[in-house]
Write a protein that binds this ligand. Structure first.
Ligand SMILES: NC(=O)c1ccc[n+]([C@@H]2O[C@H](COP(=O)([O-])OP(=O)(O)OC[C@H]3O[C@@H](n4cnc5c(N)ncnc54)[C@H](OP(=O)(O)O)[C@@H]3O)[C@@H](O)[C@H]2O)c1
Length: 356
């Protein structure tokens, strides 16, 4: 194994560039991995890395997995997206001994990666999925509220991301996540089992701690899986403030979801969305908020909030902190969500604070 090397797959992308910048700022030179040497060199120069800093050019996720198996980096940060397909082969390539993390946020990708738990534990590798805002921003609150307490009966988590938009196209990685999220349809845990629900059926109206009023709609997400695993509650739901909560939009969600499950329509929607051009826009609210409400069988209810700045900044800080802590040997071998791997203090290390 090449001791200490942290590889950033997709280092020319939004998340990849931001994570690489944070790792470099912490004093570790990241290895930039991508499909185009010229764009990788430009990304390295933008980061202020020296001209001969190591880059790895690989044509796609299979070629990246082959390079990982061959060169044995200590930690791999996967920011290339399509995690339901890319996470497992890339994580397997890190074993034995190497560590892996990604920013997945969908139940399918979560189940596939978390199913590698025993394999990773015996290989001495730590695999972390969901190392970003939505998952750690809600999982860490639930972990705090449930610490040293019996198993609750019910948990709800809500994520209110406030994100500045970078000028440019949305790109295939993010478009695939959005389209596949809608295509999956609603999900929640009932009786300890993940069950289908009507997409858009659950809506909550909340006052944020800074006084702003927001609405959030139930979505299938990694937040849902992480909140269930950390609490072990039989009944769990998760909502997002990014989905418009108007009646008209919510009524359109189930037919839209059914349409997006048709292969050709899914591909068309991803291509169309990937090409949408955005203007640079500042974040709409000063803070990003995570929220959790935990209910115990005796009727006790506890509620908590996590406050961060820009959600994308928090995501890159979580990924960088996770990578640095794994490189320092702090992870438990196995496959985990972020707070389960490194504790809820990871959110504080990434710049957030908790408000009870
Ligand atoms: N959980 C969270 O909190 C959170 C937050 C933000 C984003 N995300 C997720 O993180 C992922 C990345 O988002 P982003 O905004 O950084 O996307 P992006 O700007 O489009 O960057 C994607 C990067 O991955 C590379 N890539 C894409 N497909 C690839 C493939 N098949 N093989 C090899 N490289 C490939 C791209 O390389 P090229 O330059 O060669 O195209 C680019 O460098 C998305 O899935 C997004 O949904 C999660």
């Amino acid at each position: 194994m090449t001791h200490g090397e942290i590889w950033i797959l997709g280092a020319t992308g939004r998340v990849g560039r931001a994570v690489a910048a944070r790792i470099a700022a912490a004093g570790t030179v990241p290895v930039l991995v991508g499909r185009d040497a010229g764009r990788l060199r430009k990304a390295a120069a933008d980061l202020g890395l020296c001209a001969d800093s190591k880059i790895v050019v690989a044509s796609g996720s299979d070629a990246m997995a082959a390079e990982i198996s061959w060169q044995r980096p200590a930690v791999v940060v996967n920011t290339i997206g399509d995690y339901a397909e890319t996470a497992v082969p890339l994580a397997r390539a890190c074993m034995p001994g190497g560590h892996y993390l990604d920013q997945a946020n969908d139940p399918t990708a979560f189940h596939r990666l978390l199913a590698l738990h025993d394999e990773a534990a015996s290989a001495g590798s730590t695999l972390v999925t969901g190392a970003g805002f939505g998952v750690l921003g809600t999982e860490s609150i639930v972990a705090r509220l449930c610490e040293n307490r019996p198993v609750p009966s019910k948990v709800r988590v809500d994520a209110f991301a406030s994100v500045a938009v970078e000028e440019g196209v949305m790109g295939t990685a993010l478009a695939t996540s959005v389209v596949d999220g809608f295509a999956m349809g609603g999900r929640c845990f009932e009786g300890g089992r993940l069950v289908k629900t009507r997409l858009g059926g659950e809506v909550h109206h909340l006052a944020l701690p800074d006084g702003e009023r927001m609405s959030a709609v139930g979505v299938p997400s990694g937040e849902l899986i992480a909140a269930q695993r950390v609490s072990k509650a039989p009944s769990v739901s998760a909502t997002s403030g990014l989905v418009p909560a108007s009646r008209a939009v919510r009524a359109a969600l189930p037919p839209l979801s059914a349409l997006l499950r048709i292969g050709t329509i899914r591909s068309f929607a991803i291509d169309w969305m990937a090409g949408i051009k955005a203007k640079a826009t500042p974040r709409p609210r000063p803070h990003t908020w995570g929220h959790a409400v935990v209910t115990w069988p005796d009727g006790t209810v506890r509620e908590g909030w996590l406050r961060a700045g820009d959600a994308m900044d928090f995501t890159s800080a979580v990924a960088a902190q996770t990578a640095l802590q794994l490189a320092a040997g702090k992870g438990q071998p196995g496959a985990h969500t972020p707070a389960a791997a490194l504790g809820h203090g990871l959110a504080i290390a990434a710049g957030a604070d908790f408000i009870d």
